[in-house]
Design a protein around this ligand. Structure first.
Ligand code: ITT
Length: 190
């Protein structure tokens, strides 16, 4: 069994990635060593900085930077997703979108993964389009999950889905699939 350390403070992200990679012979372990997250214009920049800062480690590791982009709000909260979740929260986002009809509630999530091992670095990406619900629904998942309805589903929010259901549709699930499509490159550095 190969091993990959997921450096994240977010156990929800960890659980999602752990579940998809296990059947592929990769055991994911969580480590929440504090890693400074710079305020940058894109997730790619945040991930590159974190990979640089963490440097080469004894074991191969993964970092994930994700964000929510709401079209009617000019892409906000984007790179401010973590700060906005802590300050406005889901209720604050819903207030900002009060009265907007379904067709104006479109949004997407993006995930960028950075993997470092054996002195090499790899980047993987995933995206999920969908829309913001009118009220928070479901108690599953984390973060913005209760207010995000992914395209391709049955109208439920991520918060109303099991981890497996979310993984099938989500940005993070897509980033893991990008990883699995390049499994030979990944296995070389684990
Ligand atoms: P780490 O940086 O320690 O990995 P984090 O939770 O701060 O954990 P991000 O900066 O990537 O992670 O996330 C930005 C915000 O977006 C944060 O508030 C998350 O809760 C939220 N978020 C990220 N992925 C999400 C997902 O799949 N579903 C719902 N919200 C998500």
């Amino acid at each position: 069994m190969k091993r990959l350390v997921f450096i994240t403070s977010n156990s929800g992200k960890f659980e999602e990635v752990r579940k998809i990679l296990l059947p592929h012979g990769i055991e994911v372990l969580q480590n929440d060593i504090p890693c400074p997250e710079i305020q940058a214009d894109s997730s790619e920049e945040v991930v590159s900085f974190s990979l640089e800062w963490l440097g080469d480690r004894e074991m191969a590791y993964l970092i994930d930077d994700s964000g929510l982009f709401i079209d009617a709000l000019g892409g906000f909260p984007s790179v401010y997703s973590a700060f906005v979740f802590k300050t406005l929260g889901n209720s604050g986002i819903l207030r900002l979108m009060d009265g907007l009809p379904d067709e104006r509630r479109t949004a997407h999530f993006e995930t960028v993964f950075g993997v470092s091992g054996s002195g090499k670095r790899l980047i993987f990406r995933g995206r999920c389009d969908g829309r913001i619900s009118h009220e928070p629904l479901g108690s599953g998942g984390f973060g913005y999950d209760p207010i995000f309805i992914p395209d391709g589903g049955d109208g439920r929010t991520f918060g109303q889905m099991s981890t497996e259901e979310k993984n099938r549709l989500s940005h993070r699930g897509a980033a893991v699939r990008d990883m699995l499509e390049n499994l030979d490159k990944l296995l070389e550095i684990l």
